[in-house]
Design a protein around this ligand. Structure first.
Ligand SMILES: C[S@@+](CC[C@H](N)C(=O)[O-])C[C@H]1O[C@@H](n2cnc3c(N)ncnc32)[C@H](O)[C@@H]1O
Length: 430
């Protein structure tokens, strides 16, 4: 892969919109597999915006199962190069998290912030009891405390004494293992019941499952249970794996059936998951359960005057009939409209046909007229020719008559008569 310092240079080149430099780093990197070099090159060359390029580079590194840290840096850069950070800056938790850079160390996936505010907003300014499982150096407790306000009572649980020492004097933190139900019950007895539980502890499957199975039933009605980093359900190091039956995510799936327990006899209706879960929310790496004792689901009807079963039954029928009648009337009106539309279209079609016919007749008439005038012109031409031929004939005839007169005159002369025998002899000669 690209060396660390070159990766920094590459990301810096993208951040400052110098993709030519970034491409140069990829081309000249000595120990890069040709296929990876080609993919990285295309990730930059085939995208125009720096955020798209950084995201695409991250995708290439992720596809080859590269360094998680490098992938994170690429996606981080892509986020800050796009407008997404501006939208996120509106989030009060993220705003505080980003601004307070000198705060106690706090490491969070950025897409968690809107999830927290969506589910914790309603507790702000209220006297709520909050348990954070997994405290580390107290950065989380600090954040919740500032967000929820001075009325909120916070307590932490951590297996590491360093965590207890780190927050000493600021927050109450109990030392103990979240995978031990007795520890959880004890902390609930001493500091609970809780309105909010945030599980950000060890993130192994048994830790998450034991914690939720022990503490969710003890949560106050109207409370919320948040489990962080549930991507560990896909990581073997934490006991997870895709469709691994013992993973936490797999544990959550039957809860969907529990939510619908009143709609199928095969589902246990008495479990806490069937009666106390108001809603569940699955996010990328976070699962949230809302706790609320649910009344049995039933269907209600408006527009009915009575609440007595028999009357309701008959009124139900009446309402059904009215609804059917309304629907029938509605259908009738719709059909009428459609029919009127069909008529209108038909009439229009007829009109169009007539217009077409009239147009065709007019056109035929125009053509016939043109032909007639052409014929007339031709006739006039022919008439002209005829009269000039007649004139020519008359003058020829006159010429003939004139010649005939001359011949007759010649025949009457004495020379004609004297030369008669000569002409007879000439006729006999061959
Ligand atoms: C990710 S850190 C918590 C970070 C903290 N919530 C924050 O926002 O700063 C995880 C913590 O869980 C604790 N932890 C690990 N396994 C535990 C367990 N079995 N029971 C209780 N805490 C545990 C670790 O000691 C560590 O302090």
């Amino acid at each position: 892969m690209i060396t660390g310092s070159n990766m920094v240079a590459l990301l810096h080149a993208l951040a400052t919109d110098h993709s030519d430099r970034a491409l140069n780093i990829i081309v000249t990197e000595p120990d890069l597999d040709d296929e990876v070099r080609d993919s990285l090159y295309r990730a930059i060359a085939e995208n125009t915006e720096p955020d798209e390029q950084a995201r695409a580079v991250g995708d290439v590194i992720r596809d080859i199962d590269g360094d998680q840290f490098l992938i994170n840096e690429c996606y981080r850069l892509a986020f800050y190069l796009s407008d997404q950070w501006a939208e996120m800056a509106e989030n009060p938790l993220f705003a505080r998290f980003s601004a307070n850079r000198a705060a106690i160390v706090l490491d969070k996936w950025v897409h968690y912030f809107p999830i927290y505010t969506r589910h914790l907003e309603r507790f702000r300014g209220r006297s709520v009891n909050v348990l954070e499982v997994g405290v580390y150096r107290g950065g989380g407790l600090d954040l919740w405390s500032s967000y929820l306000g001075p009325e909120a009572k916070l307590v932490g649980l951590d297996i590491d004494e360093a965590a207890v020492r780190a927050v000493k004097g600021r927050f109450q933190v109990v030392l103990g293992d979240q995978a031990d139900p007795d520890v959880l019950r004890k902390i609930n007895d001493d500091y609970g019941p809780f309105d909010v539980v945030i599980d950000d502890g060890g993130h192994t499957m048994d830790q998450q499952i034991v914690t939720i199975e022990t503490l969710f039933p003890l949560l106050n009605d109207g409370g919320v249970f948040i489990v962080e980093d549930t991507h560990t359900s896909y990581w073997t190091a934490f006991g997870g794996g895709l469709h691994e039956p013992t993973s936490f995510v797999e544990w959550t799936k039957p809860r969907i059936d529990d939510l619908h327990s009143r709609h199928h006899a095969g589902i246990d209706r008495s479990s806490v998951w069937a009666t106390e879960v108001d809603g569940m929310h699955w996010y990328d790496s976070v699962v949230v359960l809302d706790k609320k004792h649910r009344f049995r689901p039933f269907n209600e009807m408006a527009g009915s005057a009575s609440y007595i079963w028999a009357d309701r039954f008959s009124e139900g029928l009446g309402v059904e009939m009215l609804a059917t009648r309304d629907q029938a009337l509605h259908d009738r009106d719709r059909l009428r409209d459609e029919l009127a539309h069909v008529y209108a279209v038909e009439t229009d079609a007829e009109k169009a046909e007539q217009l077409e016919k009239a147009w065709r007749t007019t056109e035929e008439l125009r053509l016939a007229r043109a032909e007639l005038s052409q014929t007339r012109e031709r006739l006039a031409q022919l008439g002209g020719q005829l009269s000039s031929q007649e004139e020519e004939l008359t003058s020829t005839r006159n010429d003939l008559l004139e010649s005939w007169e001359q011949i007759r005159g010649i025949r009457k002369t004495s020379s004609w008569r004297v030369t008669k025998p000569l002409r007879a002899v000439r006729r006999l000669l061959p």
